[in-house]
Design a protein around this ligand. Structure first.
Ligand code: HEM
Ligand SMILES: *[C@@H]1O[C@H](CO)[C@@H](O)[C@H](O)[C@H]1NC(C)=O
Ligand SMILES: *[C@@H]1O[C@H](CO)[C@@H](O)[C@H](O)[C@H]1NC(C)=O
Length: 358
C-alpha cells in the first residue's frame, strides 16, 4: 500500500506541475470519463462519441437516406425532457424515454436509434441521461459550424441520474391545441415566448418524416428520401433563423406550419400565439436567434429531477493521465504505466513512471 501512495503522488506531482494553471484535480470520478467522452474525439485513445454528428447532415449509418443524426439527437433530448414537471421537481432529462419508446408521442425510429447509438458509451460514470445531454450539445455545435454565425458550445454539466422505470406521458403532439401546448411547456418550465423560441430552435434542423407522419407529410416513394422527409426550412442542416424568416415569408416549407392538414399545424399556432412578436425577433437577427436557442437548449438539457445535483460545466483539462495501469511483478516491484494526454491540439504525449519500493 505504501508504494501505491508513493507512486500516485509522483504521478500527481508531475501532472500538477504541468497543469498548474488549471484548478482541476485528477482523478474526479464524477467527471473524468465524461470529460474524455466529450473531448477525446480524435487520435490516440479517442472515444469518438461525437462521430455520428461529425457534421450536422451526417446520417450515413441510417437507412433509408434522408435522416440526420444531429436532428434526431436534439429531438430525443427534447422528448426525454418534455414530460418534466418543474414545480413538482420530477422528470426532465432522466433517460426515462428508454421505457417510453412505444408511445405514439414518441413515434419514429429516430428516438430508438439514438438510444441505441449511445448504449456503448453508457457506464457507471456516464448515465444515459448525461449521454443524451452531451449528444444534444454536440449536435448543436455540429449544426452551428458552417452556419450563419460562429460554432456554439453549450456548457456540458454531468451528474444526471437515469430513471429506473417508466415516467408520465405528455410529450406535445402536433394535433393538440395551443392551450394544451402552452400548459405543457409551462409544466416543463418555459413561458409562452420561451415555448415559441424553443420550438423554433428545435425546428431549425431536420423535418417531418412522411413515413412516420403520413397525415402531415405525403409519402413520396423517392429512393433518395426513403423517409419522405420534408425539412422545416431550406437549411435542413444548420441551426439558424431560416425557420423564422421562411415562416414569415409564408413559405410552404414547414409542414407543421403550412402542411395540408390544418389540425397538425402546431408550429403555426405556436409561432403566432404572441401575435408574432418572438418569431419576428428571431427572424430579424440570427445572433438573437442563436443566443436565445443556446440559452433555452441549455435549460432543456439541464432540466433534471429536484434531487439531482449537476456538476459544474466540464471543460477540457490541458494535461490528463489516461489508461493508468498499476502492476506488481514477480519480485514484488510495482510499476505504473499510462498515457499523459496533453491538449495542444496536435499530438498526444506519452509518459510512464515506475516505482521500485516494495
Ligand atoms: C409543440 C411542440 C412540438 C411538437 C408538436 C413537435 C412535433 C414534431 C414532429 C411531428 C416532428 C417530426 C418527427 C419525425 O418525423 O421524425 C418533429 C421533429 C423535430 N422536432 Fe419537434 N415538436 C415540438 C417541439 C420541439 C422542441 C421543443 C424541440 C427541441 C428543442 C424539437 C425538436 C425537433 C427536431 C430536431 C426535429 C427533427 C427531427 C428529425 O429531422 O429527425 N421539437 N417535431
Ligand atoms: C389530420 O391530422 C389528424 C390528426 O393526426 C388526423 O386525425 C386526420 O386524419 C388528418 N387529416 C388528413 C386529411 O390527413
Ligand atoms: C402571410 O399570410 C398571412 C395570412 O394569410 C397574411 O396576412 C400575410 O400578409 C402574408 N404575408 C406575406 C409576406 O405574404
Amino acid at each position: 500500500m505504501k508504494s501505491t501512495y508513493t507512486s500516485t503522488a509522483r504521478l500527481g506531482l508531475l501532472v500538477s506541475s504541468l497543469a498548474s494553471i488549471n484548478a482541476y484535480t485528477w482523478p474526479d470520478p464524477k467527471t473524468d470519463f465524461l470529460e474524455a467522452l466529450y473531448y477525446q474525439q480524435n487520435g490516440n485513445n479517442a472515444f469518438q462519441f461525437g462521430v455520428l454528428v461529425k457534421s450536422c447532415d451526417f446520417g450515413d449509418n441510417l437507412t433509408p437516406p434522408g435522416r440526420k443524426n444531429s436532428a434526431e439527437w436534439i429531438r430525443t433530448a427534447y422528448h426525454d425532457m418534455a414530460t418534466a414537471d418543474v414545480d413538482a421537481g420530477t422528470g426532465g432529462l432522466d433517460a426515462s424515454i428508454g421505457f417510453e419508446l412505444d408511445r405514439p408521442e414518441n413515434t419514429g425510429k429516430a428516438l430508438t436509434d439514438t438510444i441505441k447509438a449511445f448504449l456503448p458509451a453508457m457506464s457507471s460514470r456516464s448515465s444515459m441521461a448525461d449521454l443524451i445531454a452531451l449528444g444534444a450539445i454536440m449536435s448543436v455545435t455540429a449544426c452551428t459550424i458552417n452556419s450563419k454565425g460562429p460554432p456554439q458550445f453549450i456548457p456540458f454539466r454531468g451528474g444526471r441520474v437515469d430513471a429506473t422505470s417508466i415516467g408520465p406521458a405528455g410529450v406535445p403532439q402536433p394535433q393538440e391545441d395551443l392551450a394544451t401546448h402552452t400548459t405543457s411547456f409551462k409544466k416543463q418550465g418555459f413561458s409562452q415566448s420561451e415555448m415559441i423560441a424553443l420550438v423554433a430552435c428545435g425546428h431549425s434542423v431536420g423535418g417531418v418524416n412522411g413515413v412516420d407522419f403520413p397525415e402531415i407529410v405525403d409519402v413520396v416513394n423517392d429512393p433518395n428520401n426513403g423517409e419522405s422527409k420534408q425539412s422545416f426550412d431550406a437549411t435542413v442542416a444548420a441551426l439558424d433563423n431560416s425557420v423564422a424568416t421562411q415562416f414569415l415569408e409564408n413559405s410552404t416549407q414547414n409542414a407543421l406550419a403550412f402542411g395540408h392538414n390544418e389540425t397538425t399545424r402546431s408550429d403555426l399556432r405556436i409561432f403566432n400565439s404572441d401575435g408574432g412578436d418572438m418569431i419576428h425577433k428571431m427572424a430579424a437577427s440570427n445572433d438573437f436567434f442563436i443566443s436565445t436557442c443556446t440559452n433555452l437548449l441549455q435549460r432543456m438539457v439541464d432540466t433534471v429531477p429536484k434531487d439531482v445535483k449537476l456538476t459544474e460545466p466540464i471543460n477540457a483539462i490541458p494535461v490528463k493521465p489516461d489508461n493508468i495501469d498499476i502492476a506488481l511483478d514477480a519480485n514484488g516491484n510495482m510499476a505504473i504505466t499510462g498515457d499523459l494526454r496533453v491538449s495542444d491540439g496536435a499530438s498526444d504525449a506519452e509518459a510512464s513512471t515506475t516505482d521500485h519500493d516494495t
